[in-house]
Design a protein around this ligand. Sequence first.
Ligand SMILES: *Cc1c(COP(=O)(O)O)cnc(C)c1O
Length: 387
Amino acid sequence: MIPYSCQSITQEDIDAVNEVLKSPFLTQGDAVPTFEQALCEYTGAHHAVAVNSGTSALHIACLALGLQADDYLWTSPISFVASANCGLFCGAKIDFVDINSDSWNIDVQLLEEKLEMAATQGRLPKILVVVHFAGLPADMDKIHQLSLKYQFRIIEDACHALGATYQGRAVGNCAYSDITVFSFHPVKSITTGEGGAAITNDLQLAQYMKMLASHGITRNNELMTHEPDGGWYYQQKALGYNYRLSDIHAALGVSQLKRLDDFINKRKKIAESYDNVLSGTLFQKPLRLQDRQSSFHLYVVLIPKTMNRRRVFDRLRQAGIGVNVHYVPIHLQPYFASQGFDEGDFPLAESYYARAISLPCYPLLTEEKQHYVTECLEKIINEEDCN
Ligand SMILES: *Cc1c(COP(=O)(O)O)cnc(C)c1O
């Protein structure tokens, strides 16, 4: 089976991990700060906090921005469930803004209308989690302007978008957000096995997130309530977690990050080939915009409304192509239904879901394999026997 995504590991990656294994520190050594520094250099942001998953990063980001019980967190219904769960971890309430049917990101017009309505009802969100779906940056400029008017904080869920650019700058620079979150799961742009990071330009947010990722403990004198009792001393100042990334994982991240641009270029090439096969057909391709460049974490195609998605999906799977669907709209998950959401609540997300298929897109996908995928796709396009 050709997977929809997978990691690319070289001997260099293996050597980097081996080096840590032979060193005195498997955790809390040099590799994590080195990885954090490299993430700052790549994104242009001032501070990075590496943690053990993208989900952990979302959680500490919400906590650092003060999300509490009865606050609202809004996000996109077309995302991984963690984009919403992070709000529930804090006891907050979740709501969604429907997507734009071209970009598949949060629709700014709908966001503005929903904010206007929420303002009159006193139900404005404290945090908006903006997802750069499939790696295409959302309309950050406009969303940032709305955040100034309606006083909400912005977390960019850039778990798909490490290596993407917006207005010519790397996603993660936090020009239009408080915090940007990445994931380093093996299907993402780079991997640490499991892992994630929260990036910010705000020193206080960074220090607080660092503390929350390690039990709420600090060894930084400046953050203590009084002079340390001695060299052994630390203070717990908040209720934190153990969300630390190990040095074994971080070393893999440092090594992988060196090849990030190469990975993205390969993904772009694959996307261009799919674009060529699909142009002029009734299949809807990912949107391309002048002022931003997708990292192509996913290559999603929407099949024509006249075709049966399940049949197209099954046929590709039978042909050994590990297509996938990203995502079942979050509000339709049984757990969220129990929070009061229902079918029909976000119709654009639902009609997207009815037609979406993710095609294989990852750096190690050979031309030969991609050719096989496009051949199968062309058969489906031409025979139209999946109606
Ligand atoms: C992968 C992903 C996450 C969660 O990241 P993990 O590292 O798997 O915890 C969150 N949001 C989105 C959009 C993702 O794709």
